[in-house]
Design a protein around this ligand. Structure first.
Ligand SMILES: Cc1cc2nc3c(=O)[nH]c(=O)nc-3n(C[C@H](O)[C@H](O)[C@H](O)COP(=O)(O)OP(=O)(O)OC[C@H]3O[C@@H](n4cnc5c(N)ncnc54)[C@H](O)[C@@H]3O)c2cc1C
Length: 343
């Protein structure tokens, strides 16, 4: 599914896009940031909005701040540059919620290819994958077959596969496939826990018993208040609580390895403080951040001696990923608007 800009006259596209975005700005003014986040996350899943935004060439210009490029070669070049700055990488082939088994297999084949390319190029990078890209919503068995092929290839190459976490209806199935892989003997794989979900503390406790590799993030999808904390302060408090569990003596005695994925100074400082207080040395965990976000903070952590891994997406299906990044920070939306007006 290509989201590359097609050739549509700019003037024709600019007006509806600007109207949509300006009405969003007005609603933001009237109802606040929470509403804007919900609106952008809704648009992330709306086909008509994808069509509108991706048909407009300047949109790619703004999105490219968060995406390393369209091709595998672009991703490897970005990974190499980050490695040279002392950072580790996890590559991601953009795409989610495929609609046919053929699309799911095509995504699997691309990922198998990029695992080979990572190996041949010598860059230091593992791989992150979304299960809906491998067919989770079509057929969990098909998804498991595709996932197994990827994890098996990674194992042969001495590499590791992180299973990203998507929206809450997919969490049970995602964890079930992760545990199934573990039972099948694959320990070169890890999962993600989202601090905004009420269920996450229970999930973390089970993952500690398992001695798994866990990435902790706040969560990027639109979730109802019966499954996720609606207030940011509660999400932040839960993030800190889960970080402390993941770095606890018990977790480390089970060999759990934690990736603390955030750009939030409060979360980063809470992690550093907890690690210092408990004499947890920097090689026992890692910070993770997204490509193109808070680059100076990424480099500062490396200078302080922490492990830092950057999530580097590539590919043409950038639209939903880009919209989630806009939703996380309203200032990105103004940057986007300013570019649309200027170009
Ligand atoms: C490596 C990595 C992997 C992730 N994997 C997943 C996953 O599998 N599933 C999932 O649901 N979510 C995932 N996320 C996204 C995550 O859930 C959050 O949506 C995202 O990281 C923003 O939360 P935050 O912790 O940075 O804090 P926030 O409170 O959102 O932001 C704190 C500060 O960070 C900066 N910042 C945050 N986001 C942006 C942005 N987009 N642009 C510019 N500045 C920004 C701003 O200065 C902001 O004030 C991942 C995030 C990272 C870093």
């Amino acid at each position: 599914m290509s989201h590359l800009p097609q050739k549509t006259p700019r003037r024709v596209m600019r007006l509806p896009l600007l109207l949509a975005l300006l009405s969003t700005a007005v609603l933001l003014f009237l109802y606040g940031e929470k509403w804007l986040r919900a609106a952008l996350l809704y648009l992330a899943g709306a086909g008509w909005a994808r069509q509108l935004v991706t048909s407009f060439p300047p949109a790619w210009y703004v999105a490219s701040r968060f995406v390393s490029g369209n091709t595998r070669e672009d991703a490897i070049a970005a990974a190499r540059a980050l490695n040279e700055k002392g950072m580790q990488v996890t590559l991601d082939y953009l795409g989610e919620s495929v609609s046919t088994a053929e699309e799911a297999r095509a995504a699997r084949d691309e990922i198998l290819g990029v695992l080979d390319t990572i190996h041949e190029s010598g860059v230091s990078s593992n791989f992150s994958v979304k299960l809906t890209q491998l067919g989770l919503k079509l057929d969990p068995e098909l998804c498991y077959e595709n996932l197994c092929a990827i994890v098996e290839r990674a194992r042969q190459l001495g590499n590791f596969v992180r299973i990203d976490m998507e929206d809450s209806p997919t969490v049970d199935q995602t964890l079930a496939l992760f545990y199934r892989l573990r039972e099948a003997g694959y320990d070169n794989t890890g999962v993600v826990i989202q601090a905004y979900l009420y269920r996450s503390e229970a999930d973390v406790r089970r993952l500690i018993d398992e001695g798994a590799s866990v990435r902790l993030c706040k969560g990027a999808y639109m979730e109802p208040p019966d499954v996720a904390f609606p207030a940011k302060d509660d999400v932040d408090a839960n993030f800190v609580r889960l970080m402390q569990l993941l770095l606890s003596d018990e977790a480390r005695s089970h060999e759990l390895y934690a990736g603390i994925a955030t750009h939030d100074d409060k979360m980063i400082n809470a992690t550093i403080d907890f690690a210092r207080q408990n004499r947890i040395t920097p090689e026992k965990f890692e910070f993770q951040m997204l490509y193109g976000i808070r680059r100076e903070a990424q480099e500062a952590l490396v200078r302080q001696g922490y492990r830092v891994r950057i999530y580097v997406p590539y590919g043409t299906a950038w639209y939903p990923y880009f919209m989630r990044r806009l939703a996380e920070r309203p200032a990105n939306l103004w940057f986007f608007l300013a570019n649309l007006v200027r170009r």
